[in-house]
Design a protein around this ligand. Sequence first.
Ligand SMILES: Nc1ncnc2c1ncn2[C@@H]1O[C@H](COP(=O)(O)OP(=O)(O)OP(=O)(O)O)[C@@H](O)[C@H]1O
Ligand SMILES: [Mg+2]
Length: 550
Amino acid sequence: MASPSTAETPAGPAWRRVRRAIGDGLTFWRRSIRTRVVVTIVLLGAVVAGSVGWLLIRQITDGLVHTRVQAAVAEAESETQSARDGLESAGTSDFDPDTQLTKLATTLVSRGDARGYYVVVLGPIGSDKGVGTATGVRKTGGIAESTVPAGLRQAVAKSAGTSWTYTRLRRTDGADGPPSVVVGSRVVLPSDGGTYAIFYVFPMEDEQRTLNLVRRSLLTSGVLLLLLTAGIVFLVTRQVITPVRLARRVAERIASGRLEERMHVHGEDDIARLATSFNQMTDALQQQIRQLVELSRVQRQFVSDVSHELRTPLTTVRMAGDVLHDSRDSFDPVAARAAELLQKELDRFETLLADLLEISRFDAGAAALELAEVNLVDVAHRVVDQASVLAAQRGVRVVVEAPLPCVAEVDERRIERVLRNLVSNAIDHANVRGDARAVVRVGCDPHAVAVTVRDYGVGLRPGESAMVFNRFWRADPARARSTGGTGLGLAIALEDAQLHGGWLQAWGAPEAGAQFRLTVPRRAGDPLAHSPLPLVPEDAAQAQEMGGVR
Ligand SMILES: Nc1ncnc2c1ncn2[C@@H]1O[C@H](COP(=O)(O)OP(=O)(O)OP(=O)(O)O)[C@@H](O)[C@H]1O
Ligand SMILES: [Mg+2]
């Protein structure tokens, strides 16, 4: 039973394969200098060799044909002359044009046979036609009368001299023969026997053969020359390409951090000098990097040492400050105010020192995670509860939106610190109108948990969303130094997020508020591909419009 033909389209995959092959070819062409050099030189070589070959063939052809024509015309003229002499000596008595012409033609044909040319006798020509003239064509057997071109017949009919042209020999069986030279001249039979044209057809078979041989030899040597050139160029480019490839590999290794890699230097040529310069550059870079690394290490050590050294005197100052603070009621008002100020600044000093020590720990790579399964919704509620006093002081309403519990494997202390900083920042910057609010959202998917902290306050200017994470950076340093924090909070929070393999990102627009988003993987260290909550809030456009109006 015949099955119905299915309408499959094999052109699809085939076309894709062809496109892939073309793509691979183009990539190879773009990447391989050697292929480009070889192909270009072979193409240019082919053009040059073709032009030179064409010029040579033309010159040889012209030379051969010219010589052949000269020889043919000379031979034809001498034949015609001896024919005329023969006719004159025949005398005029009992002259029968037919017999005489046949005799003449037979003589010419037999000589032509011996010497390798064909004869065609035509006539009588034009007004010379006498009463008893002979008619008909007399010629060498095998050659067609049409071999003689009409133009040449007319030229011979008009002029008494010798005319010639090129043509192709045509045989009686209709086949074409070799290219030939046809020479025509005319004889006048005595006693008004009429004028007859004699055409000599000289085939140029030998010249043709010679030309074919020359063409074949030129073609063969041309192709050989191109193949040889391609081979030589391939080998020569190897000398240049190989060191360049080695240099690329060494450069890649250096870029991947193996600063001790160097190129081998052979000889004194340009490549060797390139290698020497490359190595010198790498030496200089390595030295600079070493110095920078050392400097950075010394700086980190300095910050760490200073922070540690400050701890002991600070503890003493703190104890003394506490004593003064506790007894401030017995002081005169100015001294009591000084004791209060001292206490406040000591608090800030302690916070700064604690932040500095934490940063030093990150820099030294000493920060380690204490992982546990934690519900981040609980952490968010706890942080917001702790910040409620501050929020009430600043007139900011902080709400938590978390429909589902979101558990992740995190270091609870660090995540709580991050959220505490985000929430206190939001409270600090939210209140621009009196009635302010901040929203903490917690969202999760099977791979990650995200917490966003949104406020509707001053917001961030363009470019600031990246700068907020810089150490000691504050949008308004004058204000922040007296009332705000240390400017280390977000830098520490970013380190904490990265320690979890997570992200901490900021969005903000002037007068439209800001949103910070913390995203951590469910399992610490798992790669993050996306966050369950958007960074740019849905009301961003609306908030920006309102900010602009205000
Ligand atoms: N929600 C926000 N809206 C506007 N600007 C913000 C917001 N959060 C942070 N910033 C800007 O980023 C700066 C750095 O914040 P960061 O938390 O690192 O430091 P800080 O709050 O000033 O001090 P610290 O947190 O160390 O006590 C802030 O001074 C503020 O200018
Ligand atoms: Mg802060």
